[in-house]
Design a protein around this ligand. Sequence first.
Ligand code: CMP
Length: 688
Amino acid sequence: MNYKDGTACKSPPVVLIKDTSGMTWNGDKDDISLYGTPKEEMIPGLSEAKVPSFMRSQIEALFQPSDNKLAMKLFGSKKALMNERLRQKESGLLIIHPCSTFRFYWDLCMLLLLVANLIVLPVAISFFNDDLSTRWIAFNCLSDTIFLLDIAVNFRTGIMNPDLPEQVILDPKLIARTYMRSWFFLDLISSIPLDYIFLIFNQDFGENFQILHAGRALRILRFAKMLSLLRLLRLSRLVRYVSQWEEVYMHSLATFSDKRGFIGFLTRIPGAKKFLNMANVFMKIFNLICMMLLIGHWSGCLQFLVPMLQGFPANSWVAINELQESEWFEQYSWSLFKAMSHMLCIGYGRFPPQSLTDMWLTLLSMISGATCYALFLGHTTNLIQSLDSSRRQYREKLKQVEEYMAYRKLPRDLRVRIGDYFEHRYQGKFFNEDTILDELSERLREDVINYNCRALVASVPFFANADTDFVNSIVTRLKYEVFQPGDIIIKEGTIGNKMFFIQEGIVDIVMINGDVATSLSDGSYFGEICLLTNARRVASVRAETYCNLFSLSVEHFNAVLDMYPLMRRTMESIAAERLNKIGKNPSIVCPERDLQCDLRAVSELLTLSAQSPSEDSESEISIFRSRQLQEIGLKRPKSESCFSRFTNNGTELNVLRVDPSLQRSETFFQSVAAGLAAAHEASHTTHQ
Ligand code: CMP
């Protein structure tokens, strides 16, 4: 085996390596089977048999990309993740991968510290006037140190390449250059304790010129306060971290890509997906509310800070409210109330502004409040609308249709029918199904269509007994259509360009004289004769109830039946029988000789039957007049039982009840033969 540099190496020792996910794998075996990673690349340096110390390997594992959601989203597969681990190892010591466990917990801690800072800092700056208590200094020192450490960590953390997100920048020099060019200065300014540095310098200076500069100490302290406001620039980090978390973790919550753990468990509970989807939206709204409250909090602090820096002039709102000497919490409460009143455009607080500064402050908080409010409303409306977009689309569509009907001044009954049609066809939700299916891969599209048509396939005997490939090729070409009661689906004498399968509903086959020859229902099909013969429609077909049909165009019909000639024969035989029943010449679909031969074959099979049930199937045709049936509350007619299945207990062989001339396909013959065999066997067992 050769390494990239060409040095030959002996077979490496077997080393068990534990990755960050806790997965143990064998450096010598299984690597290809598990991840497909070439052995040469597995563990650089293994040939020297250097086994890293326990501590070192633990630290390295901590810095490596773990198989968390962010990593899986970026790299897509475990194999790619393993390659990324190798790349990270090669990039040098103490390089932290952005998808590592360490970075995850570090970001989490930083997030908490940031929130604490952004809430506590403005209060401390504004209300704890010249108070430099030890607790405050300790808090500031600790957080400043951690934020400085964060900068150091950022210098060692890989950066997502904006052009190639899956290609993380891991080269230390490149990381440093990219970080320096982006957030470094903002992070630095917001982390260096400029206020303390300034105070320390001024302490020496102030001591020397104490007499000359009486009263200057206060100004210095105020300036230090202004400098400490720079810490609020840490907001940029908060926004960065929150958006990264939101993108990765809330996205995976919404798409349920992680099927393990609690989320995985939740997704298996009925209705839980909808709940999680809503939780995702409400989390986003909650984020917005938190952001608004934070800005309100800052604005409140600012309301107090400015008069405080001015030394509370008599016409400032603090002096008017006599709050100069009050408790900090009272001062804060009034400030927040004032800021919120401006921001929500409710009023000016207790009193309108009296001084110019107050007026400008009010103006500022009004503008920021109104902007936030508008953004909040827009975002929230968007989020809530996205909760049920299909229902919203349906309502919009219906509104448009209503406007169209009014514009065209359509008669009332037509409007009612159109409304009913919409309700029945879309059932309150509107999807552009074709576009959705077009965007799927071919395999997925087929699976979805097959799933959608499962009820049809199960109910159409023609499909139930057919080859699965044949069924697949038909169902993927079907188009869903809905007809209302009374609709003429097919008109006799016209040229047809499609046939229909009935998923649900009843249709009447109407002759030229207006007589109903038969009724067909769930699982039947019609309109095929015209496609088989290339002639005109032999009868009219009228919807008796709401009919959910699937249509198949003539091109697709021919394309599929050309591939399955046996199915064409089956269809032809049924078509011949149908023509026979309505008194038309069956030979237009197939030659007389074929028909005779098939009829003979079926008759022979039937005479073989030992116990043919005596009660004959009454022709389903004449007995079904749907309207009458509905009136007297009888069940809807069953579809033609051309391919009825039989039970093998020998007592009920539905297939034998069928008019013998109906069938002649090979499928049918096989079915009959099998049925008869089963019947014979059953009858022998009973006799014995
Ligand atoms: P087609 O001629 O294309 O259009 C009218 C359809 O009515 C016809 O195809 C058959 O599918 C159907 N049809 C005609 N007669 C019968 C019958 N006796 N039983 C069931 N369906 C029929």
